[in-house]
Design a protein around this ligand. Structure first.
Ligand SMILES: Nc1ncnc2c1ncn2[C@@H]1O[C@H](COP(=O)(O)OP(=O)(O)OP(=O)(O)O)[C@@H](O)[C@H]1O
Length: 233
């Protein structure tokens, strides 16, 4: 299968600080990749390199030509004004004409269950609704590849459930997802593949069922097995 994204020997440094080292990773169409690891292990840095927000200090990050991608952050950046305008602006910044953007934005809000909030100020929405708005803004662009950086860690259980349901829905539609998470339950529910990071390196990269098979994980990566055990304890 052709890779949507191919990283080879990537390192990312900030002065003396090493955020990523020796990262080689291919993401194929239709995968749902979870990035896990302790605080500071490099999950956000890896997502930022993948989305092109950071340029690797070493190595190569190649994208399939013409593939559209979008990114959703832990706390969405929203401008003042109605929810709808936030989606329209995203489309307009991506080069779509204003009139077509309004229709597409309304469709996107309906898709995430926010049709009735379209004219409410974005910043007055609950955290869960704001994150769904961010997902609508991404969905409107019809990305082949969507990056999400701990998209539910700021949300209450209802918000989490809604955002997870949308991520699952996007995945079923064929969107390729790469997301960072601290929630192993969520990883089990959503991922097809798990990448475990420690100190900026990949120490395990396995299909989800193998990752959560204790004996197999222990054999593949002692470090990842210890991490999972600690997180589940
Ligand atoms: N702009 C920066 N300047 C200096 N160091 C940075 C910068 N961005 C990241 N780092 C360092 O790179 C390492 C990886 O950070 P990163 O935020 O990618 O980890 P993370 O796994 O996403 O952590 P968290 O779970 O806390 O979000 C950390 O040691 C961090 O301090």
């Amino acid at each position: 299968m052709s890779a949507l994204l191919d990283l080879q020997g990537v390192a990312l440094r900030f002065g003396p600080a090493v955020a990523l080292q020796d990262i080689s990773l291919r993401v194929a169409r239709g995968e749902r990749v979870a990035l896990i690891g302790a605080n500071g292990s490099g999950k956000s840095s890896l997502l930022r390199v993948m989305h092109g927000l950071e340029r690797p200090s070493e190595g190569l990050a190649r994208h399939e030509a013409g593939a559209r991608q979008a990114m959703v952050f832990q706390r969405p950046w929203l401008m003042r004004g109605p929810a709808l305008n936030n989606v329209v602006l995203g489309l307009w910044l991506a080069g779509q004409p204003w009139r077509a953007s309004r229709e597409r934005a309304a469709q996107a809000l309906a898709h995430v269950g926010l049709a009735e909030q379209a004219q409410r100020p974005a910043r007055a929405l609950s955290s869960g609704q704001q994150q769904r708005l961010a997902l609508a803004r991404a969905w409107a662009l019809a990305p082949e590849l969507l990056f999400l950086d701990e998209p539910t860690s700021n949300l209450d259980p209802h918000g989490k459930r809604d955002v997870e349901a949308l991520m699952a829905d996007f995945g079923r539609q064929g969107m390729t997802l790469v997301f960072a998470s601290h929630n192993l339950g969520q990883v089990k529910r959503l991922a097809s593949r798990v990448v475990y990071l420690e100190h900026g390196r990949i120490l395990a990269d396995l299909p989800v069922h193998q990752f959560f098979d204790r004996a197999l994980l222990e054999r593949n990566s002692h470090e990842a097995a210890l991490f999972v055990k600690g997180e589940l304890a």
